[in-house]
Write a protein that binds this ligand. Structure first.
Ligand SMILES: [Zn+2]
Length: 235
């Protein structure tokens, strides 16, 4: 990053299957942002810790195996645990002069209360843009139950007319697979409920703290939606 480059943090929120992964990847590339995907940070932390590992936050122990178990069932991980990992990573990236695209964080008001002051302090409130990528609930279930990711890099492949017949990742050629557990119909319903009950109140939080939220219609071709997202970031 050049010294005089403007600081920018884009936060993408939206129901499961809204296309946060796809749009986030594109936007990160276009604006040269570090694609900060909380699910990836969580999954990597689960892989790199053993059953007995934990972090202690305010006197409570959070075990990685227990958090991993919630994760696989579609339940959100303990907010203090997520927040701890996310804050650690944000500080690391800021030190390296990265601008950020956050997809999947903050996901709860608790997490926002922890993360937003940190982001505002480092990047400045005016440089934080929240994009709500919205799709109707029936689309959520449909898209998630058909979603695939690539084996090599976990690139998300949304299900639509353009992608339904492809068998390999357009970016790296590796095989496309389903995300085990997370995209099963039952798990999707749990995730949708979690979104309504725990993520939606975030909008109120942003409003109160003076952070602008721009809503983008997530229905349509990838390129169309991307155009809307790019416009929304400029607002
Ligand atoms: Zn790939």
């Amino acid at each position: 990053m050049k010294e005089n480059k403007q600081k920018l943090v884009v936060i993408l929120i939206g129901p499961p299957g809204a296309g946060k992964g796809t749009q986030g990847t594109l936007l990160a590339e276009k604006l040269n942002l570090y694609y900060f995907e909380t699910s990836k940070i969580l999954e990597m932390s689960f892989q790199s810790h053993s059953e007995t590992d934990f972090v202690e936050i305010d006197g409570t122990k959070y075990y990685f195996f227990h958090e991993a178990d919630s994760w696989r069932k579609g339940i959100l991980c303990s907010p203090p645990f997520v927040s701890y990992l996310v804050q650690k990573k944000i500080k690391e990236l800021f030190e390296k002069d990265f601008n950020l695209l956050l997809s999947g964080s903050p996901r709860t008001v608790f997490e926002a209360e922890q993360i937003m002051p940190l982001l505002e302090g480092l990047y400045g409130k005016a440089n934080i843009k929240v994009i709500l990528l919205d799709i109707p609930p029936e689309q959520t279930v449909f898209r998630n139950s058909n979603r695939r990711i690539c084996q090599l890099m976990r690139h998300p492949i949304l299900f639509n007319e353009e992608t339904q017949d492809i068998k390999t990742c357009p970016l790296d050629g590796s095989a496309l697979v389903k995300r085990e557990g997370l995209d099963d119909p039952e798990t999707i319903n749990v995730r949708l409920k979690e979104y309504k009950e725990r993520t939606m109140p975030l909008l109120e939080y942003f409003k109160k703290s003076g952070v602008t939220v721009n809503q983008v219609d997530g229905v349509g071709q990838v390129a169309e939606v991307f155009q809307r997202v790019v416009e929304a970031v400029k607002l």
